[in-house]
Design a protein. Structure first.
Length: 133
C-alpha cells in the first residue's frame, strides 16, 4: 500500500523552485528559516507532539515532489511523515559565544539541502540556552 494519499500538478512557481532545488539544493535560495525564543520553561515532548499534530492536520506539510519517470513533475501528499529534530544544549556557553553559534547553525542549515522527493521538507533544531527546558 502506498503512503501517498493525493497528488497535484505543480504551479509555475513550484516548478521553478523544484528546478533550482535540483540544480543547487545547497544554495538556500528557497529556504525559509524561522527562529523563536521562549523565555519560559518548555515541555519538549508536548512541543514535539504539537508539531506532529500540526503536520498531520495540514497536507502541505506532508508534501514532497516526484519527477522521475513522469511527463511532468507533481507534488505528492503522504499520509505519515517523520520530522528531523536536532537538540542542542548551549546552557554552559557564554552569551557572546551563543550568538556566534546561532549564526553558524543557521548558515550550516542553509547549506544543507533537502531531498525534495522525501517528506517532510522541514527540520527542527531545539536549542537550550537558559536554565529551563
Amino acid at each position: 500500500m502506498s503512503d501517498v494519499e493525493d497528488a497535484y500538478e505543480l504551479s509555475p512557481t513550484q516548478e521553478g523552485m523544484l528546478f533550482h532545488g535540483l540544480d543547487d539544493g545547497s544554495s538556500g535560495v528557497d529556504l525559509e528559516q524561522v527562529v523563536g525564543t521562549l523565555e519560559e520553561a518548555l515541555h519538549e515532548t508536548a512541543f514535539r507532539e504539537a508539531w506532529e499534530r500540526v503536520i498531520a492536520r495540514h497536507a502541505i506539510l506532508r508534501t514532497a515532489f516526484r519527477w522521475d519517470g513522469l511527463t511532468a513533475p507533481r507534488q505528492e501528499v503522504h499520509r505519515h511523515v517523520t520530522v528531523a529534530w536536532e537538540r542542542l544544549d548551549w546552557r554552559d556557553v557564554s552569551v557572546e559565544e551563543r550568538a556566534g553559534r546561532r549564526e553558524a547553525l543557521l548558515a550550516a542549515d542553509r547549506r544543507l539541502p533537502f531531498d525534495l522527493a522525501r517528506t517532510p521538507l522541514m527540520r527542527f533544531a531545539l536549542v537550550a540556552e537558559g536554565d529551563a527546558l
